[in-house]
Ligand binder design. Structure first.
Ligand SMILES: C[S@@+](CC[C@H](N)C(=O)[O-])C[C@H]1O[C@@H](n2cnc3c(N)ncnc32)[C@H](O)[C@@H]1O
Length: 250
């Protein structure tokens, strides 16, 4: 049976401190790493769609680098943060990636970064994503996404705990991993004034072999899989994998 899929409550409250929580992530460097992959496209890259843009940080850097960029996300709360960036004015819309509504052949590159594909929890959902992205891409265009590996989850996120306090709120995050279902849970407890709010995020940890098998069944072709923000091959100890897929020219 397929696992149930993410709901709209994920990121409802975390959106308020997502950028602060992720301030250790260098989005500028990450975006440059992705832009270098654009050289693999069999066409000029101009129009880029981010299907899980969150607070829009990759998009911001892409727009600054001169690309025409549009972004969607399931979370209205994340989009409200993104909408505050002047670079992203009139470029955002709310959409579930499981039901994308973009027209055919509308872009040169589609991205889904920072574990966003891990929020798709069944093979059927990943397969449908590949079909939908194929429809959206122009021939020779690229689909670039990353996943976090089981090695990384076991190493860093199995019994993970963190907490932070700012003037307006505090949060505590605990993580757990269920090896049988391959579901990884992040339990947030958010304290704001007298309120205590719980928010749970659930991600499916995709094995590299599993992902390759899904890609092989799709209309897209794998150009490369790169590990750990380098051009390294994927190995058992890789922590994050970027997949670069292309829509064949015909
Ligand atoms: C870890 S965040 C990454 C956000 C952004 N790409 C970044 O790099 O900061 C995962 C994002 O995926 C979005 N997401 C999860 N499930 C989704 C779905 N079914 N459709 C669209 N977006 C979804 C969440 O709302 C969240 O913004």
């Amino acid at each position: 049976m397929e696992n149930s899929s993410p709901g709209q409550k994920e990121y409802l409250w975390v959106a308020r401190f997502y950028d602060r929580m992720m301030r250790h992530v260098n989005y500028g460097v990450w975006t440059k790493y992705v832009i270098r992959m654009f050289d693999l496209a069999g066409r000029t890259v101009r129009d880029v769609v981010d299907l899980s843009c969150g607070t829009g940080k990759h998009m911001h850097h892409l727009v600054k680098a001169g690309f025409h960029c549009w972004g969607a996300d399931l979370s209205g709360a994340m989009l409200r943060v993104a909408a505050e960036r002047p670079t992203l004015k009139n470029r955002l819309w709310r959409q579930d990636v499981r039901r994308p509504a973009l027209r055919e052949n509308c872009c040169d590159v589609v991205i889904m970064l920072f574990d966003s594909v891990n929020y798709l929890r069944s093979e059927g959902e990943v397969q449908r994503l590949f079909d939908d992205v194929t429809r959206m891409l122009r021939p020779g265009g690229l689909f670039i996404f990353d996943t976090v590996t089981e090695y990384m989850i076991r190493l860093r996120m199995t019994e993970y705990y963190e907490t932070e306090t700012w003037d307006d709120l505090a949060y505590e995050r605990r993580s757990a991993y269920d090896e049988k279902t391959r579901l990884q849970y992040n339990y947030f407890t958010i304290m704001r004034g007298h309120r205590v709010i719980q928010e749970t995020h659930c991600q499916r940890i995709w094995d590299h072999g599993e992902m390759i098998a899904l890609i092989e069944k799709s209309p897209l072709s794998l150009l490369d899989a790169r590990a750990d923000f380098k051009n390294k091959r994927v190995r058992p100890r890789s922590e994050r994998i970027h997949y670069i897929l292309t829509k064949p020219k015909r």
